[in-house]
Design a protein around this ligand. Structure first.
Ligand code: BGC
Ligand code: NOJ
Length: 813
C-alpha cells in the first residue's frame, strides 16, 4: 500500500485532533458553540460566525469557494520588525518555526511560533453565551525584548448571507459602525427593522483601530498583505458604507520569557424594540457592556472554558466503551458522538460544503440526526421533535425543510418527498426509548405552524403512517413523490430544461405511478416500531390495523420487489423496473437492500441473505459500498438528477456513506458479524485516517457524506464533510447493533453482533436514572446472547429491566 503523507494525529487523552501542517489537503474545520451562537473555524482560523441561522443572522463574512481556498476569518497579524506573520499561518503564509492546530470538543487552539515569539489562540463559544472568545497568549521565548505590533481582523457580514453576496447597489451604502474604547460595534440596518447588532472587543486599551476594509487592506492588496499592517500604522478609519470591518491595533512589549493574554470577544446582542437606542442614532450598549464584563479577564475566560470542558466530559460519559482497540474506542467515545451533536445542531445548513444559505433544517435529516444525539441531551431532542412535527401538513405530508430562526416550513422547496413522514416515527420512538417519556405523545402540535390546528403528537405519527398507506402505486408499493431518501431519484420530474431544479418540479405525472422499494422497507421498519408503540399504549385496534398494512407491504415487496438476487429499487413512471438485472446500468442499488434487510422481508425465503451477499459482490469496494452498480454513463430523462452525476460521484455510484450502515444493520440482524464489521471499518474515519490522509482529503476525524466510488476518476477521495446523516447512522449502528446496547421501553436490550475476533469489552451506559457497567464476553461468537446477569442475578431474555441506580451486568455469548 502506498504510504501517504500525514498532516496530523489523534490525541485521545485530550479528545483532540492535532494538525501539524497548515497545508492540509483541504481546510480541516471544527465547530464552536452548542446552542444559538455558532462558528465554523478551519485549521488556519478561517471561517465565520452566526446566530442561530447561517442565512438570516450571519455575523461575519466568508467567501465560499474562493481563491485561495478558505479566505476570510479571524486573523491576528503580528508585526515583529519587518516580519508579519499569523499564528495560523494564513493569510500571510509567512513560514512558521512551529505550527499546530488542535481541534477539540467545541474549541480550537491554534499555535504558531516565529523568531522567538509564540502566539497561541484559544477559540471557543462559552456555554449559554452569544459570543466567540479568542484568547490570544503572546510569549517571548527569546533572550531579547520584543516590541510587537498586533492587529486583529474580522469582516462584518451585512446579516443576510444571501443578499450580502448579491445586492451590492444597496450594500455599499448601508454599512454602519460605532467605536467606543476598545470595542467596535457593527450596526448596519439597526436604524430600521433590526434589533440586533454585533461587536468586537479586546480587554485592553488600544492604540488605534480600523473599520473600513479598503482603508485597512488597501484596494489593490489582499488579506495576505494589508497596507495598514505593512505600514505598521492604523488609520483609525470609520466605515460609512462599503465594507465595514473591525481591527484593533495594540502595541505589545514583552521582556524575555514574558507572556501576555489578550481576550478578544466577538459578540451578538438583541435589544427590545423600545430600548434600541441610548441617544438618537446611538445604539443601546448596556447588554454588550454586561456581556463584555462577564468575559474580560483571563480568569473569567479560563473559568468559562473549564465549564465547557466539563459539559463535554458529562456528555461523553453517557456511553463509553473500552474494547482495547483505540481506533474503535476513539470514534465511539469521542468523535462520532461529537459529530452527532454537530449534525443535530446544523442539519445540512452550514459547513465548508454547505453555504448556510440554501438549506435549513431537513425534515428527514433532523429526525435521523436526533437518533445520534438523543442520549446526549434528550430535552433538546424533545423540542426538536415538536418543531419538526409542527411543519407537517394535515394529510401527513411535510415540508422538506424549515428555517432554524423562524421554525417555519420552507416554501421554496415545499413538500412531496414521500419518505419524509416515516422518519418522524423513527425519531420519536428513539426519544421515548431513551427517556421513557411517553408524555411527548400527548403534546399538542400544530400543522404548518398554524395556531388552532393542533392535534397530539401521536396523531402526527398516525397520519405519517397513513400518508404511506394512502399513497400506494400500481404494485401496492409506496409512491415515491418527488424523491425518497435519495433526493436524486426524481422519477416524476422529466426535465430537459437546464434552468429547472430537478427536485422541485413535478411536471408530467402528478406522482401517481412511480414507486419506491426503499420507502417500502422504511415503512415496514418504522411500522413495526409504531405497532409496538401502539401495543405499549394499549391501542390494540390501531396496532392491528397497522400490522395488516405492514403484512400487505411485505407481501407486495416479495411479489413485486424481488429481482432474484436482490431487492429492486423502484418502478418508474412507465412501470419499468429500476435496479434490476434487466436494466442496462444501475442493476442494483444499496438503499432497498439496506431497508428491506433491516425489515427482514423474505428472510425465511433466503432473500435477506442473498441481498446481503449481492451487496458484497456488486457494491463493495476498498473504500466502502457504492450506491448503485454499474454507474449510469448517460442522462436518463425518466430518472432525473441521479443520472446527472459523473460515474462514481454522489448519488451515481459514489460511496454515499449514510446508507452503508443500513446494510451493516441488515448484516447484524442476520447475525453476520464478520461482514458487518468489515463494512463498518471501511468507512470508519480512524481507519481511513491511518491509511489515506492525502487521498481522502477531507477531515480524518469525522465522516463525510460521500467518498468517490470504484467507478470514479479518483476512488477514495472524500467530499462534503461533517453535515451528513452518516454520523447518526454510524452511531446507531455501532452502539446498538455492533456493540449491542439498545435502549428499549422497559430497559436495555443486549444483542451484540461482532466479528469472531472480538475480545471482551465493557460499556459504561448512563440510562435515565441508572448507570450500567456492561461487560460482554463474546467467546468467539458473532451473535447470540447466552446468559446475562444483573448485579449477580440471572436475567431471562435479552432485556435488562430498568431500575434506577448503579448496576453491573455480565453477558456471555
Ligand atoms: C445532492 C443531494 C442533496 C440535494 C439537496 C443534490 O444535488 O446530490 O445529496 O441532498 O442536492 O438539494
Ligand atoms: C443529502 C440530503 O441531506 C439527504 O436528505 C438525502 O437523503 C441524501 N442527500 C441522499 O440524496
Amino acid at each position: 500500500m502506498e504510504q501517504q503523507k500525514r498532516y496530523g494525529h489523534f490525541d485521545d487523552q485530550h479528545r483532540e485532533y492535532v494538525i501539524t501542517d497548515p497545508q492540509t489537503p483541504w481546510p480541516w474545520i471544527n465547530y464552536l458553540g452548542n446552542e444559538d451562537f455558532f462558528s465554523l473555524i478551519s485549521n488556519t482560523a478561517g471561517g465565520y460566525s452566526f446566530y442561530k441561522d447561517a442565512k438570516f443572522r450571519r455575523i461575519t463574512r466568508y467567501r465560499y469557494n474562493n481563491v485561495p481556498m478558505d479566505n476570510g476569518g479571524r486573523y491576528f497579524y503580528i508585526k515583529d520588525g519587518d516580519t508579519v506573520w499569523n499564528p495560523g499561518w494564513k493569510p500571510c503564509k509567512t513560514p512558521l518555526d512551529f505550527y499546530e492546530c488542535r481541534h477539540g470538543m467545541s474549541y480550537t487552539r491554534v499555535t504558531g511560533r516565529k523568531n522567538g515569539v509564540e502566539a497561541s489562540v484559544l477559540f471557543f463559544v462559552p456555554l449559554k453565551k452569544w459570543a466567540e472568545v479568542q484568547k490570544l497568549t503572546l510569549t517571548n521565548q527569546s533572550n531579547e525584548v520584543k516590541n510587537l505590533k498586533l492587529f486583529s481582523f474580522e469582516e462584518w457580514c451585512l446579516w443576510n448571507a444571501a443578499t450580502d453576496m448579491e445586492n451590492f447597489q444597496r450594500n455599499f451604502s448601508t454599512g454602519e459602525v460605532e467605536i467606543e474604547g476598545s470595542t467596535i460595534y457593527h450596526k448596519t440596518e439597526y436604524r430600521e427593522r433590526r434589533n440586533h447588532y454585533a461587536f468586537y472587543h479586546v480587554n485592553t486599551p488600544i492604540q488605534g483601530f480600523d473599520t473600513d476594509r479598503e482603508t485597512f487592506v488597501g484596494l489593490y492588496n489582499e488579506f495576505a498583505d494589508p497596507q495598514v499592517v505593512i505600514e505598521g500604522k492604523p488609520r483609525n478609519s470609520h466605515a460609512h458604507g462599503w465594507s465595514p470591518i473591525a481591527s484593533h491595533y495594540i502595541e505589545v512589549t514583552l521582556q524575555p520569557g514574558e507572556s501576555k493574554d489578550f481576550v478578544f470577544l466577538l459578540g451578538y446582542i438583541e435589544n427590545e424594540q423600545d430600548k434600541k437606542f441610548s441617544a438618537p442614532q446611538v445604539i443601546n450598549k448596556d447588554k454588550a457592556h454586561a456581556l463584555i464584563a462577564e468575559l474580560d479577564t483571563t480568569q473569567k475566560v479560563d473559568q468559562a472554558f473549564a465549564e465547557l470542558c466539563q459539559y463535554w466530559d458529562a456528555l461523553l460519559n453517557i456511553y463509553n466503551v473500552r474494547t482495547g482497540n483505540d481506533k474503535l474506542d476513539r470514534m465511539v467515545n469521542i468523535w462520532n458522538q461529537y459529530q452527532c451533536m454537530v449534525t443535530f445542531n446544523f442539519s445540512r445548513s452550514a459547513s465548508f460544503f454547505e453555504s448556510g444559505i440554501g438549506r435549513g433544517m431537513g425534515f428527514r435529516d433532523s429526525n435521523q440526526d436526533l437518533v445520534g444525539f438523543v442520549h446526549q441531551i434528550p430535552s433538546r431532542a424533545r423540542q426538536r421533535i415538536i418543531d419538526i412535527a409542527s411543519t407537517q401538513f394535515p394529510d401527513g405530508g411535510c415540508y422538506h425543510q424549515y428555517q432554524p430562526l423562524t421554525k417555519r416550513g420552507n416554501n421554496d422547496i415545499g413538500g412531496g418527498f414521500n419518505d419524509d413522514p416515516c422518519w418522524l416515527i423513527f425519531g420519536t420512538v428513539a426519544y421515548i426509548k431513551e427517556t421513557g417519556d411517553f408524555s411527548i405523545l400527548d403534546e399538542m402540535v400544530p400543522f404548518d405552524n398554524q395556531p388552532g390546528s393542533e392535534v397530539t403528537l401521536f396523531e402526527h405519527l398516525k397520519i405519517s403512517m397513513d400518508h404511506v398507506i394512502n399513497n400506494l402505486g400500481p404494485h401496492m408499493l409506496p409512491l415515491i413523490g418527488r424523491a425518497d431518501w435519495n433526493d436524486c431519484l426524481n422519477l416524476n420530474c422529466f426535465s430537459w430544461d437546464p434552468n429547472e431544479s430537478f427536485q422541485t418540479t413535478e411536471n408530467v405525472s402528478e406522482g401517481t405511478k412511480a414507486e419506491s422499494l426503499m420507502i417500502a422497507g422504511l415503512f415496514v421498519v418504522t411500522g413495526k416500531d409504531y405497532v409496538a408503540l401502539c401495543q405499549k399504549l394499549g391501542k390494540t385496534q390501531e396496532a392491528e390495523r397497522m400490522q395488516k398494512a405492514i403484512d400487505a407491504m411485505i407481501e407486495a415487496v416479495k411479489k413485486h420487489g424481488w429481482d432474484g438476487e436482490w431487492y429492486l429499487r423502484a418502478y418508474d413512471f412507465y412501470g419499468n423496473k429500476i435496479g434490476s438485472n434487466e436494466c442496462d446500468e444501475a442493476k442494483i442499488f444499496i438503499e432497498s437492500q439496506g431497508w428491506c434487510t433491516m425489515a427482514e422481508i423474505g428472510a425465511q425465503e433466503g432473500m435477506v441473505a442473498k441481498s446481503l451477499d449481492s451487496c458484497k459482490k456488486y457494491l463493495e469496494c476498498e473504500h466502502g459500498m457504492v450506491l448503485n452498480n454499474p454507474a449510469f454513463t448517460k442522462y436518463i430523462y425518466e430518472y432525473g438528477e441521479i443520472s446527472s452525476y459523473p460515474e462514481g460521484y454522489k448519488e451515481n455510484a459514489g460511496i454515499f456513506c449514510h446508507n452503508n450502515p443500513w446494510v451493516i444493520i441488515g448484516e447484524c440482524l442476520a447475525g453476520r458479524g464478520n461482514d458487518a464489521w468489515s463494512h463498518y471499518a471501511k468507512i470508519l474515519p480512524s481507519y481511513v485516517e491511518e491509511k489515506y490522509q492525502t487521498l481522502h482529503k477531507v477531515e480524518p476525524y469525522v465522516n463525510c457524506q460521500m467518498v468517490a466510488g470504484k467507478d470514479a476518476f479518483k476512488p477514495g477521495e472524500g467530499k462534503n464533510s461533517w453535515l451528513t446523516g452518516t454520523a447518526a447512522w454510524m452511531w446507531y449502528t455501532v452502539s446498538e447493533f455492533i456493540l449491542g446496547i439498545k435502549p428499549d421501553y422497559d430497559g436495555i436490550r443486549i444483542d451484540p453482533c461482532l466479528p469472531e475476533t472480538a475480545t471482551d469489552y465493557t460499556v459504561q451506559r448512563k440510562f435515565r436514572d441508572a448507570e450500567y457497567e456492561i461487560t460482554i464476553h463474546p467467546n468467539g461468537a458473532q451473535k447470540g446472547v447466552k446468559t446475562i446477569t444483573l448485579d449477580g442475578q440471572p436475567v431471562d431474555g435479552t432485556v435488562i429491566p430498568y431500575s434506577a441506580g448503579k448496576h453491573v451486568v455480565e453477558v456471555t455469548m
